[in-house]
Design a protein around this ligand. Structure first.
Ligand code: NI
Length: 257
């Protein structure tokens, strides 16, 4: 059994054929999916999917690139989706300095990140963190506004050195397609040293397709390539990686079934 802890079945690249996508994934052993929102529409759709499919859960929130020009009303109505029982996390939230270079706009990203961490804390939920080229500010915010119910650095792209700080904050890390890339030195080093009990796996589909399918649209059925590579790097069985990461995700997202 595998848990795809970060996927976008709510993306227009996958949603139109969602039944097929879920069935293909189940055939490879994926039995749970966290469908992650990034704005109002995608959060609503994540909740709709989670309500329809027993094996799907939802995360709601605003991605750092989607916080511009949103009304307070839209923000609040999106966060109100939390009343749905299948909402198990707030995400994806964080900072993205790759796409955002302007200081005032980066500051707005910080504001919404902090606001959503505090919202998660009030509602006793973990967070799914997006962090791109913003390590220092991201870690500072997480230190000052600790996610009290845990969280995961989704598609962790940091160094082995930074890993210690992340783990000290009580956070999990999640690895996806990049760990399989033939030229990916750092993600492979991270996979080797990260304690298995702090690790989740994900696809972030339709993005970050694992080797050897790069160039195709990613789907949860390809998550086995991620777990296979982690198993190889850690010199343990794939079954062990699947089982422990599955249990870690269930514990983090408070799923008891
Ligand atoms: Ni994502």
């Amino acid at each position: 059994m595998m848990f795809d802890s970060h996927c976008h079945l709510n993306d227009e690249a996958l949603y139109p054929r969602i039944d097929e996508v879920i069935n293909d994934a189940k055939k490879t052993g994926v039995s749970k999916f966290l469908v992650v929102g990034y704005n109002k529409e995608s959060s609503e759709l994540a909740v709709k999917i989670a309500s329809k499919y027993e094996e799907c859960y939802a995360a709601i929130g605003f991605h750092p690139c989607d916080i511009f020009d949103i009304s307070e009303e839209d923000f609040l109505s999106t966060m109100n989706l939390i009343s749905n029982k299948k909402v198990v996390a707030i995400g994806e939230i964080g900072l993205d300095y790759h796409w955002e270079k302007e200081e005032s706009r980066r500051n707005l990203q910080k504001e919404y990140f902090i606001r959503q961490i505090e919202f998660a804390n009030e509602h006793h939920l973990p967070i799914s963190i997006h962090n791109r080229e913003s390590n220092e500010d991201c870690l500072n915010i997480l230190k000052e506004h600790k996610p009290l119910f845990g969280g995961v650095m989704h598609c962790y792209s940091g160094s082995v050195e930074m890993l210690k700080t992340v783990l000290d904050l009580g956070l999990h890390i999640s690895l996806g397609g990049p760990v399989t890339f033939t030229n990916a030195k750092t993600p492979k080093e991270v996979a080797e040293v990260v304690p298995l009990e702090k690790l989740l796996i994900e696809t972030d589909c339709p993005y970050l397709t694992p080797h050897p399918h790069r160039g195709e649209k990613n789907e949860p059925k390809y998550i086995c390539l991620v777990s296979e590579e982690i198993a190889r790097l850690k010199d343990i069985s794939k079954k062990h990686v699947d089982q422990v990461t599955y249990e870690n995700a269930c514990r983090l997202f408070n799923i008891h079934e």
